[in-house]
Design a protein around this ligand. Structure first.
Ligand code: ATP
Ligand code: MG
Length: 362
């Protein structure tokens, strides 16, 4: 069988710096675990603009559609701030998401014990936390029509429309249930069915699709209660399924349960391809971090954990993903820290490459 294929788009700023460490780890899996990927690399964002005058070349877009998974670093930076909107680096990322139709955004909130003090909550509330928010990413109030600011009775009125079709809810729901089958078979769906029609439909469709996943334990919660429960007792959850707007808020909330931006991975999934794998793009939650670019300070863990998600969700290599996450857990427990993970007690932080070194050694 052909090796699984991976397109690396390192992008701008610290993107290439953190991606260098991921490339070493991909090499390690080939050498030591006989798990070899066909890796190709290309440009995105400002780097693509510099080379081609566009933030994503058509050839790169075509490649992204063909590979088993895309791994992206970060895009943007002050150098590109004054560019025309149509060629801004971020447009490259948006084009990838849109043309690959990546409708399910997966944001884990996983608390490594050694970093539990970084959480905004008490240690016992977050230690051992490992939950996943599945946010619908291509519809809802961000896109619904009508929208705009109109004049009515000599007064301005701002209008947005929360709109979901059955099909949109169904595909996000299936992504969440499929994911739950690879995790702990537990899904909590969050909406506001008490005040929103789209919430009523959401709850109906999720309940209907659940019939195809009898092994999964399903519960429903109003999103406001969900926000409260996330902060009060987050370990009661495993997979949380929610819409675009609630997902935006709930995933940022969940992110702060775990601490540093340098630790947070994400995945965006689309429909299954001919080989059964979903269209997929994996990327750290953080941006290009221009303030620390070129200084060897960036924490590569968010990007490495994004690759671990690719192992688990695109390549069915859950045991190898566990292996990689265990190595990260171990080095953190041993005290390995990049600058962003240093507490007030100080000490000498590891560089990006040194963090890669210790993870490889572990
Ligand atoms: P974007 O608009 O692309 O999301 P941003 O300006 O909102 O970018 P980041 O680029 O993620 O956000 O940076 C926010 C802050 O977090 C910066 O101070 C940056 O240095 C820090 N930061 C982000 N990622 C990392 C990382 N991997 N390691 C260390 N510090 C990081
Ligand atoms: Mg940002």
């Amino acid at each position: 069988m052909a090796n699984p294929s991976l397109l690396i788009l390192a992008g701008d700023g610290i993107g290439p710096e953190v991606m260098d460490q991921v490339k070493r780890i991909i090499g390690w899996f080939g050498d030591k675990r006989d798990l070899t990927f066909d890796v190709s690399e290309d440009l995105v964002g400002g780097a693509a603009y510099d080379a081609h005058g566009v933030p994503l070349h058509d050839d790169t877009m075509a490649k992204a559609q063909e590979v088993d998974a895309v791994l992206l670093g970060a895009v943007g930076g002050p150098k590109y701030d004054n560019l025309d909107f149509s060629v801004k680096p971020e447009r490259g990322l948006l084009r990838l998401r849109k043309e690959m139709d990546l409708f399910a955004n997966l944001r884990p909130a996983q608390c490594f014990d050694a970093l539990a003090d970084f959480s905004s909550l008490k240690k016992d509330i977050v230690s051992g936390l490992d939950i996943m928010i599945v946010r619908e990413l291509t519809s809802g109030v961000y896109f619904g029509e009508p929208r705009g600011i109109h004049i009515e009775d000599n007064m301005r009125v701002g209008i947005n429309t929360q709109r979901y079709t059955e099909a949109e809810i169904e595909r996000a729901t299936r992504a969440a249930f499929d994911l739950a089958m690879k995790r702990n078979k537990k899904v909590c769906s969050m909406e506001k069915a008490n005040v929103m029609e789209s919430g009523i439909l959401w709850r109906d469709v999720v309940t209907e699709i659940h019939a195809d996943y009898p092994e999964v334990e399903l519960s429903h919660m109003y999103a406001d209660n969900g926000a409260m429960q996330l902060v009060r007792a987050p370990k009661q959850f495993d997979v949380i399924l929610t819409d675009n707007l609630f997902g935006d808020i709930l995933s940022d909330c969940a992110a702060m349960l775990t601490g540093s931006l340098g630790m947070l991975p994400s995945a965006s999934l689309g429909l299954p391809m001919a080989n059964g794998r979903p269209k997929a793009m994996y990327e750290p939650v953080h941006g290009s971090a221009p303030d620390i670019t070129g200084q060897g300070k960036a924490n590569p863990i968010a990007c490495i954990l994004s690759f671990a998600m690719a192992l688990r969700y695109s390549f069915d290599e859950g045991a190898e993903a566990d292996r990689l996450e265990a190595a990260i857990e171990k080095v953190l427990a041993d005290g390995a820290r990049t600058a962003d993970l240093m507490g007030p007690e100080g000490g000498t932080p590891l560089s990006t490459t040194q963090m890669g070194d210790v993870i490889l050694a572990a």
